[in-house]
Design a protein around this ligand. Structure first.
Ligand SMILES: NC(=O)c1ccc[n+]([C@@H]2O[C@H](COP(=O)([O-])OP(=O)(O)OC[C@H]3O[C@@H](n4cnc5c(N)ncnc54)[C@H](OP(=O)(O)O)[C@@H]3O)[C@@H](O)[C@H]2O)c1
Ligand SMILES: [Zn+2]
Length: 336
């Protein structure tokens, strides 16, 4: 099969021929229809995640058809269309799993990190990582929902915000452009924080009620002039940009961090205490969360805006994402 691998940390995305993998017990083989390129694939490319063994095929926004199953697979059958996201499997035995809290499994597997992912014609995944995909969704458009979608949908639906609350989305990229659509469709007053006239008109098209241009306005002051945000969902992988927005939280406001930067976020105790603010992070979600994301997206017409590329152009496609040129998610489509 054709696949795209990172041979060593910091190396390029290389197109290679690999044997078609065989599913082991409890696993299925998926013929990949589409795989989104997430900013978190940079962890694999640059070796910035602990324990990655190379060569590794990245990719954790996968949609495909099951074409073979291993022993002991009971819930899924060949021919079914499924999705796989970041949360690529759990152990069922640790304390978190025994409490049904699979996303906090202490032996969590991550698709495209712990095992080879979706930048390939075929991949193998454990049964518990599979989400059913509603028929109404097109495979290439559904793929980004498996990470960018579930992460923002899940963070927002557990955010303790309600209809009419102000939700600010910081960074309008792969995650952010879906977060704007979800916040709007969940009934929240949706404010996009980005920069430039192009992103401004795109943010309004996606459903934002307001736009704050962070290159021209102080985001904290601008949000306060709107009454303060109940939630700031930070998708920008930049701690300085996140720190600059925290002052925009209203009383009891909560910062939810999903974007990853190596630098610390600056927040003063007085700021937290006087506003009764909270800061928390959010990891993506389980296969069940992905199914609920896919169903909500089909029902409420939340659709990722995508650019598609064949596997052979993976390096070029990744470059579109990492240089913030993609509008808004790059998706690899084998055989395109
Ligand atoms: N928590 C989780 O479970 C989870 C899941 C998926 C991804 N992530 C992380 O979330 C982040 C976003 O992922 P993505 O796939 O949406 O990335 P993306 O498509 O590259 O979008 C990121 C957006 O953030 C803004 N941005 C990028 N670089 C920036 C910088 N240096 N300073 C300020 N803003 C910057 C840009 O938006 P503007 O042009 O609008 O400023 C950009 O479009 C990444 O760090 C990724 O690793 C976390
Ligand atoms: Zn991701």
């Amino acid at each position: 099969m054709k696949a795209v691998q990172v041979t060593h940390a910091g190396g390029p995305l290389e197109v290679v021929e690999r044997p078609i993998p065989e599913p082991g017990a409890g696993e299925v083989r998926i013929k990949v229809e589409a795989c989104g390129i997430c900013h978190s694939d940079a962890f694999v490319k640059e070796g910035a995640f602990p324990g990655i063994q190379y060569p590794r095929i990245p990719g954790h926004e996968i949609i495909g058809f099951i074409d073979a199953i291993g022993d002991g697979v009971h819930t899924f059958k060949p021919g079914q269309r499924v999705g796989v996201g970041w949360h690529g499997g759990h152990c069922f035995h640790c304390e978190a799993c025994r409490a049904g809290d699979f996303v906090n499994c202490s032996n969590e597997k991550i698709a495209g990190i712990s095992y080879d992912g979706g930048y390939a014609e075929y991949m193998v995944a454990p049964e518990e990582a599979l989400a059913h995909v509603p028929e109404a969704l097109n495979s290439a458009e559904a793929a980004p929902l498996l990470c960018a979608g579930v992460t923002t949908f899940n963070a927002l639906r557990h955010a303790d915000a309600t209809a009419g609350d102000t939700v600010a989305i910081l960074g309008i990229g792969g995650l952010g452009h879906l977060a704007v659509q979800y916040a709007r469709k969940m009934g929240m007053r949706t404010v996009a924080l980005s920069h430039g006239p192009e992103k401004k008109s795109q943010a309004y098209e996606l459903g934002a009620h307001d736009f704050i241009d962070t290159s021209k306005q102080n985001p904290a002051t601008a949000l306060q002039s709107m009454g303060g945000a109940r939630i700031i969902l930070a998708t920008a992988p930049n701690s300085a940009a996140i720190s600059a927005a925290i002052g925009g939280l209203g009383r009891n406001g909560r910062l939810i961090v999903v974007g990853v930067d190596g630098e610390p976020i600056d927040v003063s105790p007085l700021q937290l205490i006087s506003g009764r603010h909270e800061v928390r992070g959010w990891p993506s979600g389980t296969a069940k969360d992905s199914e609920e994301t896919l169903e909500f997206s089909a029902l409420f017409d939340v659709t990722p805006k995508i650019e598609t590329y064949p596997l052979e152009k993976a390096a070029q496609a990744y470059e579109r994402m990492i240089s913030n040129k993609a509008r808004f998610r790059v998706v690899l489509v084998p055989g395109q």
